[in-house]
Design a protein around this ligand. Structure first.
Ligand code: SF4
Length: 292
């Protein structure tokens, strides 16, 4: 598939939470993607990647003038490792600037392309802190290939976690979304947790066992369900109506399982603890712990 993209000169890059997206839109094709929701006001096709060509200059200008170092995060809206990153290298250029000014980086992705930046992430970690965050939603690779068709499957993402661990870079897993009637089983959750514990992740973000369906993302999700799992949309409509926060009927049981197993393994398992870890430089965390 030829990748579509268009370039823009962005006016700003970092949000007030120190998050950035050098690309807007995503070609990974996850059927449940919340970033497709109309509230995000995309004026172009979601697969036509908006490339913020001047992202490195904008980032450098901001970081150069900052007195206080912080973590800079990327990947909340669009995956920073789009196929076009292999030629454009905007994510890499931004990481180099983060390294140059001694800031920390928290990168969220589903793509094994992040491994190509491992040495750079290691240097950022040595200087401040780097955290690699990987989304795992479905332990079974054949199902992962159906619902996340254009990015590496779950087993490969687990290898990425292992490579990061071997390199001494801490990792966090986003176990979300969990899809009712597809991945909301004890078996799936247990297998994902096994992968997380085997690869020694520091934390797992899981808000609830379910998914968000807003205008825009709901239509896309239902179209894909109709194509891949005929009959399932009617079941969703009967069970959940038009609620935006769709919670699996198995959520209470699965959340208990999740919290119990994580607590036993010493893995961070509340969103607050995970966000404190990903949003705080190592030096600041040490200070916080001294006052605990
Ligand atoms: S990787 Fe993230 S942004 Fe890209 S399609 Fe999947 S859920 Fe959406």
């Amino acid at each position: 598939m030829t990748e579509r993209m268009h370039t823009v000169q962005a006016k700003s890059l970092l949000t007030r939470w120190n998050a950035m997206n050098v690309y807007r839109g995503c070609t990974h094709g996850c059927i449940y993607c919340d970033s497709r929701s109309s509230c995000y006001q995309f004026t172009h096709s979601f697969e036509d990647i908006e490339v913020k060509q001047n992202a490195p200059e904008l980032l450098e200008r901001t970081l150069r003038s900052r007195q206080k170092r912080t973590m800079i995060s990327t990947g909340s809206m669009s995956d920073p490792y789009q196929p076009c990153e292999q030629t454009l290298r905007l994510t890499r250029q931004c990481l180099r600037i983060i390294e140059k000014y001694g800031f920390g980086a928290a990168v969220l992705t589903k793509s094994d392309r992040v491994l190509e930046d491992l040495p750079l992430l290691r240097r950022i970690h040595d200087g401040a802190k780097a955290v690699v965050q990987i989304s795992l939603t479905c332990a079974d690779d054949s199902l992962s290939r159906l619902i996340e068709p254009c990015v590496c499957p779950t087993s490969r993402r687990a290898e990425v976690l292992l490579e990061m661990k071997r390199a001494g870079i801490p990792t966090v897993v986003w176990m979300t979304p969990i899809l009712p009637f597809l991945t909301d089983t004890r078996e799936n959750v247990n297998r994902i947790l096994d992968m997380c514990f085997r690869t020694k992740v520091r934390g797992i973000v899981c808000f609830q066992m379910g998914l968000t369906l807003r205008n825009g993302s709901r239509e896309y999700y239902y179209r894909q369900l109709n194509r891949l799992f005929p009959g399932l949309v009617a079941r969703y409509e009967r069970t959940f109506g038009l609620v935006q926060e769709v919670e699996s009927l198995n959520s209470p049981d699965l959340m208990s399982l999740f919290h119990e197993r994580c607590a036993k393994e010493g893995v961070l398992h509340t969103p607050e603890d995970c966000f404190e870890f990903t949003g705080t430089l190592s030096s600041e965390l040490q200070q916080l712990n001294m006052f605990d």
